[in-house]
Ligand binder design. Structure first.
Ligand SMILES: Nc1ncnc2c1ncn2[C@@H]1O[C@H](COP(=O)(O)OP(=O)(O)OP(=O)(O)O)[C@@H](O)[C@H]1O
Length: 229
Protein backbone atom coordinates (compact mmCIF):
# COMPACT_ATOMS: atom_id res chain seq x y z
CA UNK A 1 0.00 0.00 0.00
CA UNK A 2 2.86 2.33 0.95
CA UNK A 3 6.35 1.70 -0.43
CA UNK A 4 9.32 3.95 0.36
CA UNK A 5 12.68 3.36 -1.36
CA UNK A 6 15.81 5.44 -0.68
CA UNK A 7 13.56 8.27 0.43
CA UNK A 8 15.38 11.48 1.33
CA UNK A 9 13.84 14.77 2.38
CA UNK A 10 15.65 18.01 3.26
CA UNK A 11 13.83 21.16 4.30
CA UNK A 12 16.73 23.24 2.93
CA UNK A 13 18.89 22.42 -0.11
CA UNK A 14 22.12 23.10 1.77
CA UNK A 15 21.09 20.90 4.72
CA UNK A 16 23.88 18.33 5.43
CA UNK A 17 21.84 15.81 7.42
CA UNK A 18 18.50 15.15 5.76
CA UNK A 19 15.38 15.34 7.96
CA UNK A 20 14.19 12.07 6.43
CA UNK A 21 16.43 9.26 5.12
CA UNK A 22 14.71 5.89 4.83
CA UNK A 23 16.22 3.02 2.79
CA UNK A 24 13.16 0.90 2.59
CA UNK A 25 9.71 0.68 4.16
CA UNK A 26 6.64 -1.28 3.12
CA UNK A 27 3.22 -0.96 4.76
CA UNK A 28 0.44 -3.24 3.62
CA UNK A 29 -3.26 -2.42 3.19
CA UNK A 30 -5.20 -2.69 6.45
CA UNK A 31 -2.14 -2.53 8.73
CA UNK A 32 -2.47 -0.48 11.93
CA UNK A 33 0.91 1.18 12.41
CA UNK A 34 2.10 2.99 15.53
CA UNK A 35 4.86 5.45 14.53
CA UNK A 36 6.93 6.96 17.30
CA UNK A 37 10.29 8.56 18.02
CA UNK A 38 11.74 11.50 19.94
CA UNK A 39 10.58 15.05 19.34
CA UNK A 40 12.15 16.48 16.20
CA UNK A 41 13.07 13.10 14.61
CA UNK A 42 10.81 13.83 11.62
CA UNK A 43 7.44 12.15 12.30
CA UNK A 44 5.26 15.05 11.12
CA UNK A 45 7.64 15.64 8.19
CA UNK A 46 7.23 12.02 7.09
CA UNK A 47 3.45 12.30 7.36
CA UNK A 48 3.50 15.45 5.22
CA UNK A 49 5.41 13.52 2.53
CA UNK A 50 2.95 10.62 2.67
CA UNK A 51 0.05 13.05 2.35
CA UNK A 52 1.69 14.71 -0.65
CA UNK A 53 1.92 18.06 1.16
CA UNK A 54 5.73 18.09 0.73
CA UNK A 55 7.77 16.38 -2.02
CA UNK A 56 10.69 13.98 -1.56
CA UNK A 57 14.11 15.53 -2.27
CA UNK A 58 15.05 12.18 -3.82
CA UNK A 59 13.93 8.55 -3.83
CA UNK A 60 10.57 6.87 -4.33
CA UNK A 61 7.36 7.22 -2.38
CA UNK A 62 4.49 5.21 -3.73
CA UNK A 63 0.98 4.93 -2.31
CA UNK A 64 -1.59 2.56 -3.86
CA UNK A 65 0.83 2.16 -6.78
CA UNK A 66 0.98 5.90 -7.43
CA UNK A 67 4.40 7.60 -7.33
CA UNK A 68 3.64 10.81 -5.43
CA UNK A 69 6.90 12.58 -6.37
CA UNK A 70 5.88 12.37 -10.05
CA UNK A 71 2.50 14.08 -9.61
CA UNK A 72 1.88 17.79 -10.14
CA UNK A 73 0.76 19.73 -7.07
CA UNK A 74 -2.88 19.72 -8.17
CA UNK A 75 -2.79 15.95 -8.90
CA UNK A 76 -1.24 15.43 -5.44
CA UNK A 77 -4.08 17.43 -3.87
CA UNK A 78 -6.60 15.35 -5.80
CA UNK A 79 -4.90 12.10 -4.75
CA UNK A 80 -5.01 13.19 -1.10
CA UNK A 81 -8.69 14.21 -1.31
CA UNK A 82 -9.56 10.84 -2.85
CA UNK A 83 -7.52 8.39 -0.80
CA UNK A 84 -6.34 9.94 2.47
CA UNK A 85 -8.07 11.02 5.68
CA UNK A 86 -5.78 13.18 7.81
CA UNK A 87 -6.34 13.99 11.49
CA UNK A 88 -4.00 16.91 12.18
CA UNK A 89 -2.32 17.56 15.52
CA UNK A 90 -4.13 20.93 15.75
CA UNK A 91 -7.26 19.59 13.89
CA UNK A 92 -7.19 22.29 11.13
CA UNK A 93 -10.96 22.78 11.29
CA UNK A 94 -12.64 25.83 9.80
CA UNK A 95 -13.86 27.63 12.95
CA UNK A 96 -16.72 29.59 11.33
CA UNK A 97 -18.28 26.43 9.88
CA UNK A 98 -20.43 23.84 11.64
CA UNK A 99 -19.24 20.29 12.39
CA UNK A 100 -21.44 19.02 9.53
CA UNK A 101 -19.85 21.46 7.04
CA UNK A 102 -16.34 20.68 8.27
CA UNK A 103 -16.95 16.95 7.85
CA UNK A 104 -18.52 17.15 4.39
CA UNK A 105 -15.52 19.26 3.30
CA UNK A 106 -13.52 16.04 3.72
CA UNK A 107 -15.02 14.73 0.51
CA UNK A 108 -15.97 17.93 -1.32
CA UNK A 109 -12.93 17.73 -3.61
CA UNK A 110 -13.33 14.15 -4.76
CA UNK A 111 -16.31 12.71 -6.63
CA UNK A 112 -15.26 9.06 -5.99
CA UNK A 113 -14.99 9.77 -2.26
CA UNK A 114 -18.42 11.42 -2.28
CA UNK A 115 -19.83 8.32 -3.97
CA UNK A 116 -18.31 6.11 -1.28
CA UNK A 117 -19.78 8.38 1.43
CA UNK A 118 -23.23 8.07 -0.17
CA UNK A 119 -23.17 4.27 0.14
CA UNK A 120 -24.02 4.66 3.84
CA UNK A 121 -26.48 7.59 3.77
CA UNK A 122 -28.76 9.34 1.24
CA UNK A 123 -26.98 12.72 1.53
CA UNK A 124 -23.50 13.91 2.52
CA UNK A 125 -24.98 15.90 5.44
CA UNK A 126 -26.70 12.78 6.75
CA UNK A 127 -23.47 10.79 6.42
CA UNK A 128 -21.57 13.52 8.30
CA UNK A 129 -24.22 13.42 11.02
CA UNK A 130 -24.07 9.60 11.20
CA UNK A 131 -20.28 9.70 11.69
CA UNK A 132 -20.48 12.49 14.28
CA UNK A 133 -23.10 10.50 16.22
CA UNK A 134 -20.93 7.38 16.04
CA UNK A 135 -18.07 9.42 17.48
CA UNK A 136 -20.31 10.57 20.32
CA UNK A 137 -20.85 14.21 19.34
CA UNK A 138 -24.25 15.31 20.60
CA UNK A 139 -26.73 15.94 17.76
CA UNK A 140 -27.52 19.47 19.03
CA UNK A 141 -23.88 20.45 18.43
CA UNK A 142 -23.84 19.37 14.77
CA UNK A 143 -24.91 22.78 13.45
CA UNK A 144 -23.04 25.05 15.87
CA UNK A 145 -19.84 26.89 15.04
CA UNK A 146 -16.90 24.57 15.56
CA UNK A 147 -15.07 27.32 17.50
CA UNK A 148 -17.65 26.99 20.32
CA UNK A 149 -16.86 23.29 20.87
CA UNK A 150 -14.47 21.87 23.46
CA UNK A 151 -11.10 20.44 22.34
CA UNK A 152 -12.35 16.86 22.76
CA UNK A 153 -15.46 17.67 20.68
CA UNK A 154 -13.34 19.31 17.97
CA UNK A 155 -11.19 16.19 17.90
CA UNK A 156 -14.28 14.11 17.08
CA UNK A 157 -15.14 16.47 14.22
CA UNK A 158 -11.58 16.15 12.89
CA UNK A 159 -11.86 12.36 13.07
CA UNK A 160 -15.24 12.29 11.29
CA UNK A 161 -13.79 14.50 8.53
CA UNK A 162 -10.96 11.99 8.07
CA UNK A 163 -13.35 8.99 8.06
CA UNK A 164 -15.97 10.26 5.61
CA UNK A 165 -15.93 8.33 2.33
CA UNK A 166 -13.78 5.53 3.86
CA UNK A 167 -10.32 6.57 2.58
CA UNK A 168 -7.77 3.77 2.05
CA UNK A 169 -5.26 5.53 4.31
CA UNK A 170 -5.98 7.28 7.62
CA UNK A 171 -3.14 9.37 9.00
CA UNK A 172 -3.44 10.57 12.59
CA UNK A 173 -0.81 12.91 14.03
CA UNK A 174 -0.97 12.88 17.87
CA UNK A 175 -4.78 12.65 17.76
CA UNK A 176 -5.25 11.76 21.43
CA UNK A 177 -2.94 14.30 23.07
CA UNK A 178 -5.80 16.54 24.26
CA UNK A 179 -7.99 13.73 25.64
CA UNK A 180 -8.27 12.21 29.13
CA UNK A 181 -7.73 8.44 29.60
CA UNK A 182 -11.42 7.47 29.14
CA UNK A 183 -11.96 9.61 26.07
CA UNK A 184 -8.64 8.45 24.66
CA UNK A 185 -9.66 4.79 24.88
CA UNK A 186 -13.06 5.37 23.26
CA UNK A 187 -11.47 7.50 20.54
CA UNK A 188 -8.96 4.71 19.74
CA UNK A 189 -11.74 2.10 19.71
CA UNK A 190 -13.72 4.16 17.20
CA UNK A 191 -10.62 4.73 15.10
CA UNK A 192 -10.00 0.98 14.90
CA UNK A 193 -13.66 0.17 14.22
CA UNK A 194 -13.70 2.67 11.37
CA UNK A 195 -10.37 1.46 9.96
CA UNK A 196 -11.47 -2.21 10.16
CA UNK A 197 -14.86 -1.57 8.53
CA UNK A 198 -13.21 0.08 5.53
CA UNK A 199 -10.00 -2.05 5.62
CA UNK A 200 -8.15 1.28 5.82
CA UNK A 201 -4.46 1.41 6.61
CA UNK A 202 -3.91 3.38 9.80
CA UNK A 203 -0.77 5.38 10.45
CA UNK A 204 -0.87 6.74 13.98
CA UNK A 205 1.80 9.02 15.44
CA UNK A 206 2.02 9.39 19.20
CA UNK A 207 4.46 9.90 22.07
CA UNK A 208 2.16 7.82 24.27
CA UNK A 209 3.84 4.41 24.08
CA UNK A 210 1.14 2.86 26.33
CA UNK A 211 -1.01 2.80 23.15
CA UNK A 212 1.61 0.77 21.25
CA UNK A 213 0.27 -2.76 22.11
CA UNK A 214 -3.06 -1.91 20.46
CA UNK A 215 -1.41 -1.73 17.03
CA UNK A 216 -0.27 -4.61 14.86
CA UNK A 217 2.96 -2.88 13.89
CA UNK A 218 5.30 -0.55 15.68
CA UNK A 219 7.83 1.64 13.86
CA UNK A 220 10.55 3.56 15.67
CA UNK A 221 11.36 6.34 13.19
CA UNK A 222 14.74 7.06 14.79
CA UNK A 223 16.04 3.47 14.23
CA UNK A 224 14.52 3.40 10.75
CA UNK A 225 16.37 6.65 9.95
CA UNK A 226 19.65 5.33 11.40
CA UNK A 227 19.56 2.50 8.84
CA UNK A 228 19.04 5.05 6.05
CA UNK A 229 21.91 7.41 6.98
N1 LIG B 1 8.43 23.99 7.87
C1 LIG B 1 9.67 23.65 8.27
N2 LIG B 1 10.76 24.29 7.77
C2 LIG B 1 12.01 23.96 8.15
N3 LIG B 1 12.29 22.97 9.04
C3 LIG B 1 11.25 22.29 9.57
C4 LIG B 1 9.89 22.60 9.22
N4 LIG B 1 9.07 21.75 9.90
C5 LIG B 1 9.88 20.97 10.65
N5 LIG B 1 11.19 21.29 10.45
C6 LIG B 1 12.35 20.65 11.09
O1 LIG B 1 12.34 19.26 10.75
C7 LIG B 1 12.73 18.48 11.89
C8 LIG B 1 11.67 17.43 12.17
O2 LIG B 1 10.49 18.08 12.61
P1 LIG B 1 9.11 17.31 12.77
O3 LIG B 1 8.07 18.30 13.16
O4 LIG B 1 8.87 16.45 11.59
O5 LIG B 1 9.46 16.35 14.03
P2 LIG B 1 8.50 15.45 14.93
O6 LIG B 1 9.20 14.14 15.13
O7 LIG B 1 7.14 15.39 14.33
O8 LIG B 1 8.48 16.28 16.28
P3 LIG B 1 7.35 16.35 17.45
O9 LIG B 1 7.29 14.97 18.08
O10 LIG B 1 7.92 17.37 18.39
O11 LIG B 1 6.04 16.78 16.83
C9 LIG B 1 12.97 19.44 13.04
O12 LIG B 1 14.36 19.69 13.12
C10 LIG B 1 12.23 20.70 12.61
O13 LIG B 1 12.89 21.86 13.09
Amino acid sequence: MITLTDLVFKWQKQQINPTIAINSLEIIQGEHVFLHGPSGCGKSTLLSLLAGINRPTSGQLSILGCELGQLSKSKCDKFRAEHIGYIFQNFNLLPYLSPIDNVTLGCQFSKPRQKKALINSPTLNQEASRLLNALGLDEQLHQQNVASLSIGQQQRVAAARAFIGSPELIIADEPTSALDANNRQSFINLLFTQANEANSTLLFVSHDTSLQPLFNRNIDLLSLQEQGK
